[in-house]
Write a protein that binds this ligand. Structure first.
Ligand code: ATP
Ligand code: MG
Length: 393
């Protein structure tokens, strides 16, 4: 039983969100076997129709945004005697080795002859006689046995997993994540996917100053992000000529901000061309010299789309905790160079003024090189759950 998160609160357009969520689930589970799907009472029932690895099913479901909870269940006819007869066998795995339990019943079908307290009491008795070493603990049970009497059957369950929450990916439009090899940007992408955005990635490389391995690292990050974000389109922008032009023509102290503005200008054009509605970055106030308020102002000023910075108010520890959870931390901390560090100034201006930035930018015509970089951008696609890149060999 896949139970909705926030979608449950939606009004008239709820079915649109349900359609998207169902589609996302089908896509994620397709490789694991055959399933049938039907929806009722704010739940999607996912039923395996062939031999499948249910642990893997539950794991993949736990990554899908829009899901509030996943309840692994056995379905029986709505007849308490039948449930009681089968309870021992179905619950054995969950209850063997446990010390305490409680029963929670839900009577969504109001025509069911037994009342909720009665169901709980009776089922509790069944469990206790099957597993006599168990004790009831209604406050902090190790296992909660649930029986839900629904329109279409009685669902018995001993495993409920908290879902990924948020809104289904694809229900809020699409945005372009500026993905570096660092810790912050994958987390930023994860957070915006959680709000229902399709998150595709743009990455800037400066060969030969940055290596093939460094690029692979970022691709590996994008690949990992697909667990949560679904399929990802990956734009790789050749940035060397722009950086060399900057080095040769502009004051070094403005280099970082000018470089970021060029990145944003390229992102603007990809957004125009491919229909993205926003840019996402992993910037966080005060983390580095380019993330002071004035520097952020100067970067932001080059953007023609809203820039989402979901980690802006988080401290590094909080960001790291999420990156561990989404399994990007280890990859992010591999020691490869980023184009940001190429020609990076010894004394960057931490309080750049926009007039000075504009003047510095005017010393060279970057537009042609920006167009060229966009035209030469390579596109790759990473499929959900795929792992093709291994940097730990
Ligand atoms: P991160 O850990 O995400 O790299 P950071 O703290 O190292 O962030 P910066 O290197 O200043 O910060 O980068 C700030 C943001 O700029 C990044 O979060 C990312 O969104 C974007 N960015 C930086 N370098 C690149 C790059 N080479 N390609 C794409 N985006 C980049
Ligand atoms: Mg970085």
């Amino acid at each position: 039983m896949v139970k909705y998160g926030e979608i449950a609160l939606k009004g008239l357009n709820k079915s649109t969100f349900e359609d998207i969520l169902t589609k996302n689930i089908k896509r994620r589970l397709k490789a694991l076997g055959d399933f049938t799907y039907f929806r009722r009472q704010s739940t999607i029932y996912v039923t395996p129709e062939s031999e499948v690895d249910m642990d893997e099913v539950v794991k993949r479901l736990s990554y899908i945004f829009g899901i509030g909870a996943i309840q692994r269940s056995a379905v029986f006819p709505k007849d308490f005697a039948v449930v009681a007869e089968n309870a021992k066998e179905y619950l054995r795995d969950a209850l063997e080795g446990a010390k305490t339990f409680k029963v929670e019943a839900k009577r969504a079908d109001k025509k069911f002859p037994m009342q909720t307290p009665e169901i709980q009491q009776e089922l509790g008795g069944v469990v206790l006689s099957a597993f006599p070493y168990l004790k009831v603990d209604v406050h902090q049970p190790e296992v909660t046995v649930r029986l839900e009497i629904r329109d279409n059957g009685a669902y018995l369950s001993a495993q409920r997993i908290v879902g990924a929450g948020g809104m289904p990916v694809g229900s809020s439009g699409k945005a372009l994540l500026m993905l570096s090899g660092g810790i912050d940007s994958p987390v930023a992408g994860y957070m915006m996917a959680k709000r229902g955005l399709v998150v595709d990635c743009i990455h800037y490389v400066s060969p030969p100053y940055t290596s093939e391995r460094a690029r692979m690292k970022v691709e590996a990050l994008a690949e990992r992000m697909t667990d949560y974000c679904g399929d990802i389109k990956f734009y790789c922008v050749p940035f060397t000529e722009l950086q060399e032009a900057l080095r040769d023509n502009c004051p070094e102290e403005y280099f970082t901000v000018l470089m970021r503005r060029l990145m944003v200008k390229i992102a603007n054009k990809i957004c125009d061309r491919d229909g993205y509605g926003a840019i996402i970055t992993g910037e966080s106030v005060a983390q580095v010299a380019s993330q002071t308020l004035t520097a952020l102002y100067c970067t932001n000023e080059a953007a023609e789309y809203p820039v989402f910075r979901p980690v802006i108010g988080m401290d590094k520890k909080e960001i790291i905790d999420i990156s561990r959870k989404i399994d990007t931390y280890e990859t992010s901390t591999l020691p490869y160079e980023d184009c940001c560090t190429v020609f990076s100034p010894k004394h960057p201006k931490t309080k750049p003024r926009i007039e000075d930035i504009r003047a510095a930018e005017a010393s060279f015509d970057f537009d042609a090189l920006v167009e060229k970089a966009v035209a030469e951008t390579e596109i790759k696609r990473f499929r959900c759950g795929e792992r093709t890149i291994d940097l730990f060999d």
